[in-house]
Design a protein around this ligand. Structure first.
Ligand code: FAD
Length: 490
């Protein structure tokens, strides 16, 4: 399908400055993928608005001309969510970077969507507050992207994911209407549309202002580093600690590939190189509480088979222990030119078993798999390492990734924890949800976006994106007109 791009360009120039419209192919190439680099498509046109009003006008122009759009923050998403697969206008929020309001008395902050995650904590740290959800990409990803993906992070084990920290959203709907979902209070009498929007991956509209909950910084923080002879025993330690009722702020596992990659990257030996896995446990709260929980966690790690435990009390030492974990994905470049990361979730009690299965699959497919993940949440991040120039390698890599996700589902888990479904995992959605489940989700989508123009073809499987396996005929009967048209050309 081809749209009237010249007409849209002319419309946009009526209210946007020239610098806010990107139309040259060489400049658009920076937007041809997100963090999932295996799929690339260059968008036909991109805009960089600065205000909610501009976003509203942009979407109204798209609506009048029947043109789809895709929102983009920093493009660190790992499921192809910000990818413009079919023709669509890319709406980039990177110039919407203002912190609009800080209200410490009520512990809230309101930001534009392009504000970088860790700028929020930086803005209020001096007053003893912080914003809890901390994806490992927090120095670069945006709050808008975090809302769209319902992002998690190291501290989400104890404090909850993005959804637990967003009070209100100002949203532009696909027809350009500006509306508010939730607000500045913790409770509202309305249907929780705020909750529906969070995690909807840009398929319901564009968030233009976001009100976040702030927390008081804890009185005391301790970080433990335990090292293990097998990755399964590290998983067992996670199981034991949480089963004992200790709720650390975060619990992260890195395997030997990752240990050595980060040690090499920083030229240090913070993590024992001969360990099969290390487990980082952060415990925070009042001093007495932290002391008891730390002793308990140390004892349980030893019981699970830890060879040694190092405890960091002062800030510098804690930061040194976290530094490697926070840079783990970047460090993979030290050991492999290319990787493909998955994001399955499993019940914590099954971690030792599933980690063992990942090891066996890695051997069977003859592809190394590095693991670094939010162990306390059972949120696995297996990174499949490969050389892109090997023949048919991408099919083999995706097959291995699919086997890992099947195992996650088999033990009662999920195909995604925090990276979203996007383009990457939509074909697996039917493994988890019945047709009725999917139709119910589509009702909500249709209520916000009856024309299906917001981030089209993401999340939900379609014949075009998932091929014959979808049962093409059945789908033709139930999909919206837009998709039916599309299937005809498929
Ligand atoms: C090294 C690395 C580590 C990571 N670690 C974590 C982690 O620990 N936890 C985690 O959850 N994720 C992690 N991620 C994934 C990624 O950083 C998050 O998904 C993040 O929230 C994406 O933010 P972004 O600004 O880059 O969004 P983008 O990638 O630009 O977009 C992501 C999705 O959000 C939509 N979107 C963007 N802005 C808006 C908006 N204003 N309104 C509506 N929709 C919008 C897009 O359409 C797209 O579907 C990691 C990624 C990398 C590369």
């Amino acid at each position: 399908m081809s749209y009237d791009w010249d007409g849209l360009h002319t419309d946009l120039r009526r209210f946007l400055p020239k610098k806010a419209i990107v139309s040259k192919r060489q400049e658009l190439l920076v937007y041809d993928c997100d963090g999932l680099t295996v799929d690339r498509h260059c968008p036909p046109l991109a805009v960089l608005p600065e205000t909610s009003c501009e976003v509203s006008q942009i979407l109204a122009c798209c609506y009048r001309r029947g043109i789809p759009f895709v929102a983009r923050g920093s493009g660190t998403g790992l499921s192809g969510g910000a990818l413009v697969e079919q023709e669509a206008l890319l709406v980039v929020t990177s110039r919407m970077r203002r912190i609009l309001k800080i209200d410490l008395e009520n512990q809230i902050v309101t930001v534009q969507p392009g504000v970088i995650n860790n700028w929020v904590s930086r803005a209020v740290a001096g007053e003893g507050f912080y914003y809890a959800p901390d994806p490992s990409s927090q120095v670069v990803c945006t709050i808008g992207g975090n809302v769209a993906e319902n992002s998690g992070g190291v501290h989400c084990l104890k404090y909850g994911v993005t959804s637990n920290h967003v009070l209100g959203l100002e949203v532009v709907l696909p027809d350009g209407t500006l509306t508010n979902l939730g607000g500045e209070l913790s409770e509202y009498s309305e249907i929780d549309l705020r909750g529906a929007f969070i995690g909807s991956e840009g398929t319901l509209g564009i968030a233009t202002s976001i009100t976040l909950r702030l927390l008081r910084a804890p009185e005391c923080v301790t970080v433990l580093l335990a090292d293990f002879p097998t990755i399964e025993s590290a998983g067992e330690a996670v199981r034991k600690v949480t089963a004992a009722g200790v709720i650390p702020a975060g619990m992260e596992i890195m395997d030997q590939y990752m240990i050595n990659a980060v040690n090499d990257l920083f030229g240090f030996d913070e993590y024992p190189r001969d360990a099969a896995a290390v487990l980082l446990i952060e415990i925070d709260g009042h001093e007495a509480e932290v002391k008891v929980a730390t002793n308990q966690a140390e004892r349980l790690c030893i019981e699970a088979g830890a060879r040694s435990i190092r405890t960091a009390h002062d800030r510098n030492d804690r930061e040194r222990l976290w530094k490697g974990r926070k840079s783990a994905f970047a460090a993979v470049g030290k050991i492999s030119s290319t990787y493909y990361v998955q994001d399955g979730v499993v019940p914590r009690s099954t971690l030792p078993k599933v980690l063992g299965v990942i090891g066996s699959l890695s051997k069977r497919y003859e592809l190394p798999v590095a693991n670094v993940f939010h162990a306390g949440d059972g949120n696995l991040h297996p990174l499949i390492l490969y050389k892109a120039d090997q023949p048919n390698i991408q099919d083999k890599v995706r097959e291995l990734a699919a086997e890992i996700l099947k195992e996650c589902i088999a033990v009662g888990g999920s195909i995604t924890g925090e990276h979203g479904v996007g383009a990457d995992k939509r074909c697996y959605l039917e493994w988890m949800f019945s047709r009725n489940d999917l139709e119910t989700m589509k009702f909500i989508r249709n209520a916000f976006d009856p024309e299906m123009r917001a981030n089209p073809f993401k999340i939900f499987p379609t014949p075009r994106t998932c091929g014959e396996s979808m049962g093409r005929k059945k789908l033709l009967l139930s999909e919206r007109n837009e998709l039916v048209r599309d299937v005809e050309v498929y």
